[in-house]
Design a protein around this ligand. Structure first.
Ligand code: HEC
Length: 84
């Protein structure tokens, strides 16, 4: 189980200050932790370069129970962490 303080998966407040952006990153984080952990261990965002994440999430979305808005939120979160 991934704890809230796991440094590999920073919360929205560590990525943004504007409230809407913080909330959006937290949504992407929650979806990533909940929807992408069923088949394999969560891949630390920094393990994949920011420019590769959109295609990886698109590929995995076909295997996951997520809609396109959720896919976008997960992608935005992973790209933001990976490009820090
Ligand atoms: C139904 C099972 C399943 C779910 C759900 C799933 N994955 Fe995967 N994932 C796999 C399998 C199997 C592989 C290895 C084969 C491959 O790369 O296609 C993989 C590979 C990956 C890789 C490549 C790892 C590497 O080192 O290149 C990434 C990145 C990834 N998954 C991200 C995600 C994300 C993000 C989600 C959520 C949107 C997700 N996965 C949900 C089955 C799943």
């Amino acid at each position: 189980m991934v704890g809230c303080a796991d440094a590999r998966f920073p919360a929205g407040l560590e990525l943004a200050t504007e409230p809407a952006a913080v909330s959006r990153f937290d949504t992407g984080r929650r979806l990533y932790l909940n929807r992408c952990s069923g088949c394999h261990a969560l891949i630390p965002p920094e393990q994949i370069s920011a420019d590769r994440w959109p295609a990886e999430v698109a590929r995995m979305a076909k295997r996951s129970v997520i809609d396109s808005a959720q896919q976008q939120a997960i992608t935005d979160y992973l790209v933001a962490v990976s490009s820090r």
